[in-house]
Write a protein that binds this ligand. Structure first.
Ligand code: DGJ
Length: 733
């Protein structure tokens, strides 16, 4: 017995050595480096044509030294050289969570992708796109890995293009956009869960071995319970200004799935892509499946720098008119709900002018005749003006608005249908629902099947008709309130393609819309913040973070959104929600694009004149908030206050927004808050703005250097009598 045991041990040992030797002897044939200003992502092509991702981090000074990387990171036994795969295929040698998994036309499920070539495209003087070409050795099955680097902004966009020439359709069982490998010991994830009126609830955790998944299966309104955006601290807990942190998310408004797998060697593998839940996509030969982009940045100086990277990139590459202007507005949703008529609207147009904002936005309730939209139970799909509310049509209101020198915008929810609507009666097969089962409603409505090109035309025409019939229409709020229950498409041959084709159909409509109306400002809304991602934001100028407009809750949501999305895109309305005074509400709304949704008649004369003045003040400073750099100075979850600074790109102007978040007789800011991002050599004149009735506690004519403000700081003197304080800095030299 003993002899056999010994023999077994010897054989096993020999196998292990052989395995290790195979691994150690595998030579890296080529390094391929994706570089930005401060980062590099290094891929290697191994002797056996595997492509691995071996590094993501600070760029090296000497590119030749990337060759030394691989030897440094062999931490243990990588049985088949797959742990670092740049796009992990399943069914052959892989033991970990795959990035891609397929069923070939012949039913075989094995895939092994080998390097067959690369291409580097220069897009402009800031952007390059690297394409790594992979192919299975046995099947005519190809994958391209795309890495688009935004040099100045340190942002990398990553996606895959999947193609084949097999005899029949291939089933894509899993098809991630990115497979990122990080070397480290400990990984700290910050992710976001939520619900209606409770969006962007942050959660921090240390990742353990195994898999943590962030996902959504809601079909539409996919961020209702969770965002695909996250921050990941490498080796250290996430902090604002120190440590390595990756920030990113999937540019996709459909179901998503992000897997974090801490592997047996303690490395972290991130697989981000479309959720393959009920979506084993059937791909025809010769057709390219382009995955959505996973866009991310890595900062070695904490979250703050990472956010500024994403903000700069988003304003330049994603948002419509990212460095442009925005309309301040008065919305009628919370002041009238469905209860309005021409006379009321006319009055609201006067109020828009009186308040001094740019635009009046008419919300839900203006349409439907057979089934009037007087509640959220009917009429979605029937996009004609309701004759009793608007007997003279929208055009007369647009004209009246223009006469009164205010712009006019309108709410639509074009993807949806009410069971009580003419559209539902006429086109039941356009509706997403199971043929023989009970219908389930979310907010009393159903979703139209945007995977069907006829429905895409219908949705495009809703918007196009509005613009054609109402010249002068200046703004759209695009809402999306329902999730998908009973996912079934009458159009699809293979139901597996429905969820993906829905989202692609939505983007097709938005593409068409933007081709015809490239710059019309449009708000992205999804029953609050149910759809905030850069896949959708590329078509919009701004987004609605939440139906929760209590300024206290908004501080937290707006703060968390600011990690990923620039303030120019955050629509913040002053409403009657919350017990705080008007000044506090306005100060909180200033953390983005300010608007109002209240009855001016409910304000006292003093409040009205303060609001009018605040709009003028905001007009004076809004460009710093919209186009400047954001520095988060105090975290409301850690301190008794939130503090944010916006600094103009030339550092000549800045704003500091401070909010007390713990109210008691004794809570105050007892120490100075240190600034960031100023010019140490400039002297800044400091002035408190948005004062309502009281004198400032900040000495007038206070002048301090950037050096002082960044080393010592400035106490905004928040306390129970001064719950919010806005300070404006202007360089005088
Ligand atoms: C949900 C949105 O978030 C609200 O702002 C409002 O537009 C309603 N829908 C209208 O139904």
């Amino acid at each position: 017995m003993k002899k056999y045991t010994l023999l077994l041990v010897v054989v096993l040992f020999a196998e292990i050595v052989k395995g290790q030797q195979t691994q150690l002897m595998l030579k890296t044939m080529e390094n391929i480096v994706v570089e930005t200003k401060d980062l590099s992502l290094v891929l290697t092509v191994e002797e056996n044509k595997d492509v691995n991702m071996v590094y993501l981090g600070k760029k090296l000074q000497d590119p030749n030294e990337y060759r030394q990387l691989n030897g440094q990171y062999k931490q243990g036994h990588d049985y088949t050289n797959m742990y670092q795969s740049a796009y992990t295929a399943s069914g052959t040698r892989n033991l970990l969570e795959p990035a891609i998994s397929v069923e070939h036309a012949d039913g075989n499920q094995a895939l092994d992708l080998k390097f067959v070539g690369q291409e580097l495209k220069t897009i402009d003087n800031n952007r390059k796109e690297l394409i790594i070409k992979l192919k299975d050795e046995l099947y005519p099955f190809h994958v391209e890995l795309h890495y688009l680097s935004n040099f100045q902004e340190n942002v990398i966009e990553q996606w895959a293009v999947i193609k084949h020439n097999e005899k029949k359709n291939v089933k894509l069982i899993k098809y991630a956009s990115a497979n990122i490998n990080l070397k480290g010991e400990d990984y700290y994830l910050r992710s976001y869960h939520g619900d209606w009126i409770a969006e962007m609830q942050r959660e921090d955790e240390k990742l353990t071995h195994g898999i943590k998944t962030l996902d959504s299966k809601l079909g539409t309104r996919t961020n209702l319970f969770r965002s695909s955006y996250f921050a990941l601290g490498l080796n250290n807990r996430i902090t604002e200004n120190q440590g390595t942190v990756l920030l990113g998310g999937l540019e996709w408004s459909g179901n998503f799935r992000v897997d974090f797998e801490k592997d047996p060697q303690d490395n972290l593998r991130i697989m981000a892509g479309v959720n393959n839940y009920a979506s084993h996509y059937s791909l025809a030969a010769g057709t390219a499946f382009v995955t959505p982009k996973f866009s991310f940045t890595v900062s070695t100086n904490g979250l703050g720098e990472g956010s500024r990277n994403l903000h700069d990139w988003a304003r330049k590459q994603r948002l419509i008119d990212g460095y442009g202007e925005r309309y301040t507005l008065l919305n009628n949703w919370e002041s009238t709900y469905f209860n309005f008529d021409e006379q009321k609207i006319s009055h609201l147009l006067d109020n828009t002018k009186k308040l001094g904002v740019d635009l009046f936005l008419l919300d839900d309730g203006w349409f439907g005749n057979k089934y009037p939209r007087n509640a959220d139970t009917s009429a979605l799909g029937d996009w004609e003006e309701n004759k009793s509310k608007l007997p003279n049509g929208l055009l007369s209101i647009v004209k009246e608005a223009n006469k009164k020198d205010v712009k006019f915008g309108i709410w639509v929810e074009p993807e949806m249908v009410s069971p009580k609507s003419e559209l539902y009666e006429k086109k039941p097969q356009w509706v997403v629902k199971q043929p023989k089962r009970d219908e389930y409603y979310f907010r009393n409505q159903l979703v139209l099947d945007l995977s069907n090109p006829e429905v895409q035309d219908f949705v495009f025409n809703i918007l196009d008709n509005l613009f054609q019939k109402n010249p002068g229409l200046a703004y759209i709020k695009w809402d999306c309130n329902a999730v998908i229950y009973n996912a079934y498409s009458y159009f699809q041959k293979d139901q597996n393609n429905f969820y993906v084709d829905y989202t692609k159909g939505l983007y097709r409509v938005l593409d068409r819309f933007r081709e015809k109306y490239p710059t019309v400002p449009m708000m992205l809304c999804s029953g609050g913040g149910g759809r905030i991602d850069y896949g959708s934001l590329q078509y919009f100028t701004e987004y609605w973070p939440s139906d929760n407009t209590d300024p206290f809750d908004r501080i937290f949501m707006q703060y968390e959104n600011s990690l990923f999305f620039p303030s120019i895109a955050s629509v913040n309305h002053v409403t009657t929600f919350g017990k705080q005074d008007l000044k506090f509400k306005i100060d909180v709304a200033m953390m983005g694009k300010m608007g109002f949704d209240l009855n001016l008649e409910e304000l006292s004369a003093d409040e009205l004149s303060f609001a009018q003045q605040a709009v003028k003040t905001y007009d004076q400073y809004k460009h710093i908030i919209w186009h400047g750099d954001l520095f988060r100075l105090a975290d409301p979850r850690k301190d008794n206050h939130a503090s944010l600074a916006y600094v103009s790109k030339d550092k000549s102007q800045a704003l500091m927004l401070n909010y007390l978040v713990q109210y008691s007789q004794v809570s105050s800011t007892s120490a100075p808050i240190q600034w960031l991002g100023l010019d140490p050599n400039k002297k800044y004149k400091i002035q408190e703005i948005n004062l309502h009735g009281t004198n400032s506690w900040i000495p007038s004519e206070l002048i301090l250097s950037g050096d002082f403000l960044m080393k010592v700081g400035l106490n905004p003197i928040l306390n129970n009598n001064r719950k919010s304080v806005i300070l404006a800095l202007k360089a005088i030299n």
